[in-house]
Ligand binder design. Structure first.
Ligand code: SF4
Length: 712
């Protein structure tokens, strides 16, 4: 724009996994506007969040001083239900402290718990909103300082099941093809995803492809905006993914549409898959999934015959107790049709957070070191013990929801979790069954929370450390397309807030670790270079200097002149034998089905203007103005049957909790279901959700539980 600014600083949008490159326009240490930069994922495009969602960084509610819980003030998880995030006064609960006192208290308490109760008594949640360098150092602190692998982050709530299926099937959890490769697709199969709201700039590539003539298929119980561009919409009954997908695979095999050569050369276990889908004809599955057999056959034919057919999916696939099975079916569909390993095809689990790909790559997960090397693998274990010069636990740690259970375990449990370090995540809003999760957090003997706002989780802390917002730091993030992208510090943090990377190091050295990362921005370049060594198999060609020069480099990238690989699996898969391992899946019902008392299905998710638990976007004035209020979406028929009109207030209640919320009419929501975004503290959807887990990915069933709806 023409507005006079002091400086323009290049960075990356802090919200979704699309990874749009931005330029912050800064005046008097304040961001005054944001421009889209010509990055490989966005070509200067931005959505409303990227363009207008920046002034949360300047919110008067920012934490600016370390805080310590006042002695005698109990942790009250029940109070969170009635807490007003915007007006609550934390001075009655916390007192201000110096950095020295706060760090010494937390490090000392965690050390005491570790030395008294053993290494498994501590756990850490890092963040997919932080940089790769923060994720890497955080997991290194937990593994070498806390002494166990009890480290996880919100990937567990997001694509953990997709990654479990992908690691098993194709040997790599990352996407095979980048989003804008849909430019080379004849068919774009979108399932369990609302890209217009959740990956808005990615959605524009899909819409542009449709304009060119590509056929979009939207498969989702809830029909959203992208459905307007679809050649076919498959509004299948919630929870019947496996039935519908197996029917597509059945059709491909039944009608002789398989890519025999591809299966022969590049897949294993096809016979077992073929045997298994025999019971899943479209005719038999139509009454189960609610899609006419003829439509299923049409879609299967078009998918198989396309020169390129790409599958993109979201949490609608992953957040089920059968999430891994859902993803196994998608892998099988791509494989039997030969729609993978070439441009315009492949498998793309759309990553949610801006750095959920990178944080997982960097090892912020309990079963794997950086670059998905299993902690149980003897060679990997030995390599990291040597690399970090510390003894390491060779058993996987607990996952997000398991850690909450372990916090409430009896005293006699040797693995009871008693102390936690939570950096930049808000499990008191984002975990399933919040009443349980909040009690678990409140029961900890020591909880240190590092964040930019007094989150619901921070309210339950012993120590709260004020951290830096994304525009206040320099670091890298990796987007859904496997692009490692550099953001530069644009503004100074407020008050005494400090870089997260600095805080992690301060706690580490106070817990006795001998760390030294010299250089500006808390040694970010030195941390990156150490991480690059730990992940040499995928990013050895991406040096810090190269990132400064190019802003964005796609991995795998193995040498300084390697341009990176936008499409992978062209010749072989990353499995041991180089082939896709096909894994048959059968129907497993949701953990909790509707019944007479709780007749509706609750579907949770996101919306365009607000990001996850809303701690940033609801403090961004423009976004808050556009979408100020929590709403529950119901179709017109259900509103009428319940005698409701849009704008009425209802109570939505599950066996675990309830919220009062305004209703909104949305005819894309199926009859018998209610959709509620989880961004609103005043009507926290996760009070109601079910913590039942997928056995492979350990992801909770956010997308399906039973609720009742009543007026008022
Ligand atoms: Fe940011 Fe995602 Fe919007 Fe791009 S599409 S501007 S990365 S929120």
């Amino acid at each position: 724009g023409s507005q006079r600014v002091d400086k323009k600083v290049d960075s990356v949008c802090p919200f979704c996994g699309v990874g749009c490159l931005v330029t912050y326009n800064v005046k008097d240490n304040k961001i005054v506007s944001v421009d889209g930069r010509d990055g490989p994922a966005n070509h200067s495009r931005l959505c409303v969040k990227g363009r207008f969602g920046f002034d949360y960084a300047h919110s008067p509610q920012r934490l600016t001083v370390p805080l310590i819980r006042k002695s005698g003030v109990a942790k009250d998880p029940e109070a969170l239900q009635h807490l007003n995030r915007d007006s609550a006064d934390w001075s009655e609960v916390f007192r201000e402290a110096s950095w020295e006192e706060a760090l010494a208290l937390s490090a000392g308490s965690l050390k005491y718990l570790r030395d008294t109760h053993g290494k498994k008594s501590l756990a850490g949640f890092g963040s997919a909103k932080g940089s790769n360098e923060e994720a890497y150092l955080f997991q290194k602190l937990v593994r070498t300082g806390f002494g166990s692998n009890n480290v996880d982050h919100c990937t567990r709530l997001c694509h953990a099941s997709s990654v479990a299926a992908l690691l098993e099937g194709v040997g790599s959890g990352a996407v095979s093809n980048q989003v804008n490769d849909v430019a080379h697709s004849d068919l774009i199969f979108i399932i369990g995803s609302n890209p217009t709201a959740n990956h808005p700039v990615a959605a524009t590539w899909m819409k542009n492809a449709a304009k060119r003539g590509a056929k979009i298929v939207l498969a989702d119980p809830r029909i959203t905006d992208i459905g307007k561009y679809a050649w076919r919409t498959l509004q299948f009954k919630a929870d019947t993914d496996v039935a519908m997908l197996n029917a597509l695979i059945y059709t491909v095999i039944d009608e002789g549409l398989t890519d025999r050569d591809f299966i022969e050369k590049r897949a294993s276990n096809f016979e077992a898959l073929r045997e298994n889908v025999k019971g899943y004809s479209p005719e038999a599955m139509a009454p189960i999934c609610g899609i006419p057999a003829q439509t299923l056959r049409e879609v299967a034919r078009e998918f198989a015959r396309a020169r390129g057919a790409m599958i993109l999916w979201g949490m609608g696939v992953s957040q089920h107790v059968h999430g891994t099975d859902n993803a196994r079916c998608l892998i099988a569909l791509s494989t039997v049709t030969g729609q993978i390993g070439k441009p315009g095809s492949g498998l793309h689990p759309l990553r949610g957070q801006n750095n959920v790909q990178g944080a997982s790559d960097a090892g912020l997960i309990p079963m794997m070191y950086p670059n998905y090397q299993r902690v149980t693998d003897k060679a990997a274990h030995a390599w990291f013990e040597d690399f970090w010069k510390m003894p390491l636990d060779d058993q996987p740690g607990y996952t997000v929801v398991e850690i909450m259970h372990k916090a409430l375990a009896p005293d006699s449990d040797p693995h009871k979790v008693r102390g936690m370090y939570i950096m930049g995540e808000n499990p008191a809003m984002s975990d399933p069954d919040l009443n349980h999760a909040r009690h678990a957090l409140a029961s900890l003997e020591h909880l240190v929370v590092q964040d930019i706002f007094m989150t619901e989780t921070a309210w339950l802390a012993d120590v709260v450390l004020p951290a830096t917002a994304w525009p206040e730091k320099t670091g890298t993030v990796s987007n859904t397309d496997r692009m490692v992208q550099l953001g530069q510090q644009a503004i100074d943090p407020p008050g005494e807030a400090r870089p997260d990377l600095w805080i992690i190091q301060q706690l580490a050295t106070r817990m006795g670790l001998d760390w030294n990362y010299p250089g500006e921005h808390a040694g970010v370049a030195a941390v990156y270079e150490e991480m690059r060594q730990a992940m040499h198999a995928v990013i050895s060609g991406i040096s810090w200097e190269r990132l400064q020069r190019e802003s964005s480099v796609t991995y795998p990238c193995l040498s300084a002149d390697d341009p990176g690989a936008p499409t992978v699996f062209m010749d072989r898969f990353d499995t041991d034998d180089g082939r896709v391992k096909l894994v048959p899946a059968d129907i497993i019902p949701a953990n909790e089905r509707p019944d007479a008392d709780y007749p509706f299905v609750l579907i949770t998710g996101r919306q365009l203007e607000h990001w996850h638990t809303g701690s940033m976007t609801r403090r961004a004035t423009v976004l808050d103005a556009i979408e100020p209020m929590a709403t529950a979406s119901l179709c017109g028929a259900d509103l009428q049957a319940l005698g409701l009109a849009a704008g009425d207030v209802v109570t939505v209640q599950s066996r675990r909790g309830e919220v009062a919320i305004h209703v909104r009419r949305d005819d894309g929501t199926p009859q018998g279901a209610v959709f509620i975004p989880f961004a609103y503290y005043e009507a926290a959807a996760n009070l109601m959700t079910n913590a039942a887990l997928d056995p492979f990915g350990k992801i909770p069933e956010f997308k399906y539980c039973a609720v009742a709806i009543r007026r008022g």
